[in-house]
Design a protein around this ligand. Structure first.
Ligand code: UDX
Ligand code: UDX
Length: 449
């Protein structure tokens, strides 16, 4: 019989995992401490916006294979495998906050106490090295009164889901990393994934600490690539005919480098990169080991959003009293998530300069209202946003912004001036309006070498 699954923590990682297992015929108990979240999920409403998520959620509820609940005991008791995907936010000093990991481990332990059958616990949350061995395992052992190994198993199984394509990434991962406490635990998870995927996904089995390290090293390396592209972009801007896009796509053809994560822009944001890199830095501090590449990655990223302000000033001078339109607020397209979005420091800086800020985003306006309340104006469309503005800063590369043609900017804006912070628009089309782009030399109007 197929193992029954429970998932604790239904954020975007947990929910996507849960509905994907259900859509493949597994019985899934989705547990979350947030009663409201569970109530809306039971009615088929997800607070998380994620392409294809609604479709999979509807299907999972219709087949009764996905059962949202606030009862962790029920979820653990009725299932054979429990995935833990609760959040792991940053503490004030940047180090990881393991409160939710400890809470959920304790809840799992309490439920395992009277469960006669062997049960597998799989940590999906991103946790700093040694957490599984030195926090999760002892907490569950203490609360269940049962030793890890003979009575229950433990794996660390990092996820690499990107927001905006989390369903796709769940169904088609590049590889599976299984950090295992012992052979039995690792094999149980390996077998579960074999029956889930029906095809062999490259799988690496290792110790739990190595799996914990893989997640941090992976994210730090990707963030470093983004910062490298942004550093190169800043250099390009000092050379009249340089174009960072030409440079990065050429170096990306070297297979040793690869094309991925070399898009220059206004920096990375989101719920993972900033938080994980802070946690890694704090962990390095605790271990007394310097991580200079990580520090440089962060330093470049913290300055990068403000390139858009410098470029706007270059185009129109002082921003004080000017109407500035900001296109895009989410930390990247296809999500409504504004966690650590670069739009936040940009808007705060504009407000400090006494600019009038009007914003538009296809999905993230509700989030923005919570952050900025009445201090900025919220437009209902991109066209309404740019109308009457002195300069437009494009912050998130939503595809729909490509529909805005130079003619429209020229007609609607007070003084057409555009800062393309994500290199979305075609510079050759903007030769008649004031236009600046990250990573593009000031005389570069054609987009060709
Ligand atoms: C996930 C992770 O697991 C995190 O470690 C990783 O780095 C990124 O992806 P995310 O899905 O974004 O995080 O988490 P979040 O949106 O914070 O959701 C976590 C959910 O867990 C929330 O719904 C929260 O209510 C729930 N939760 C939290 C529990 O059910 N139990 C708890 O004890 C704490
Ligand atoms: C990331 C990781 O990719 C994923 O494996 C992990 O599990 C969670 O963190 P996510 O934060 O959803 O996923 O988005 P991602 O697509 O990786 O982008 C992160 C940030 O980097 C975004 O702000 C994006 O705009 C920026 N980015 C990405 C660039 O600026 N340039 C690039 O070339 C790629």
């Amino acid at each position: 019989m197929r193992p029954r699954i429970s998932v604790i923590g239904l954020g975007y990682v947990g929910l996507c995992t849960a509905v994907c297992f259900a859509s493949k015929g597994f019985h899934v108990y989705g547990m979350d401490v947030d009663v409201e979240r569970i109530n809306s999920l039971s009615q088929g409403r997800s607070r998380t916006y994620e392409p294809q998520l609604q479709h999979h959620l509807n299907k999972a509820l219709k087949t009764h294979l996905f059962q949202p609940t606030v009862d962790s005991e029920l979820a653990v008791e009725k299932s054979d495998v429990t995935f833990v995907s609760v959040g792991t936010p940053s503490l004030e000093d940047g180090s990881i906050d393991l409160t939710y990991v400890k809470q959920s481990s304790a809840a799992i332990g309490a439920s395992l106490k009277n469960k006669p059958k062997w049960h597998l616990v799989v940590v999906r949350s991103t946790v700093v090295p040694t957490t599984c061995d030195s926090v999760v395992k002892p907490v569950i052992e203490e609360t269940s009164g049962k030793p890890c190994g003979p009575e229950w198993g433990l794996c660390m199984n990092p996820e690499f889901l990107r927001e905006g394509s989390a369903i796709y990434d769940t169904l088609c991962p590049d590889r599976i990393i299984i950090g295992e406490y012992d052979e039995r635990s690792g094999s149980a998870l390996d077998n579960l994934y074999r029956s889930f995927f029906h095809r062999k996904i490259p799988t690496k089995r290792m110790s739990m600490v190595n799996a914990e390290l893989v997640k941090y090293a992976n994210n730090a390396f990707l963030a470093m690539k983004v910062s490298f592209a942004n550093m190169t972009a800043n250099l390009c801007e000092t050379l009249p005919t340089a174009d960072v896009g030409v440079v990065t796509s050429a170096i990306g053809l070297d297979k040793r480098i690869g094309q991925g994560f070399l898009r220059a822009g206004l920096g990375y944001g989101g719920s993972c990169f900033p938080k994980d890199i802070k946690a890694l830095t704090a962990f390095g501090r605790e271990k007394n080991i310097d991580l200079p590449l990580v520090h440089a990655t962060v330093e470049i990223n913290e300055k990068q959003p403000f390139r858009s302000i410098d470029l706007a000033e270059k185009l129109i001078g002082s921003l004080s009293g000017k109407r500035i339109s900001v296109l895009g607020l989410a930390f990247k397209p296809d999500t409504d998530d504004m966690r650590e979005a670069v739009s936040i420091p940009i808007i705060k800086d504009l407000l400090q300069r006494h600019a009038n800020v009007v914003v538009y985003d296809p999905k993230a306006i509700a989030q923005a209202r919570r952050i900025f309340e009445g201090s900025i104006t919220y437009a209902e469309s991109a066209v309404e946003c740019i109308r009457g503005s002195d300069v437009c800063i494009l912050v998130t590369e939503w595809e729909s912004f490509k529909d805005l043609k130079p003619k429209e900017f020229a007609k609607l804006m007070k003084h057409p001036a555009i800062v393309d912070g994500r290199r979305l628009l075609d510079p050759s089309q903007f030769s008649r309006v004031k236009y600046a782009s990250v990573g593009l030399g000031s005389n570069h109007k054609t987009g060709t070498p």
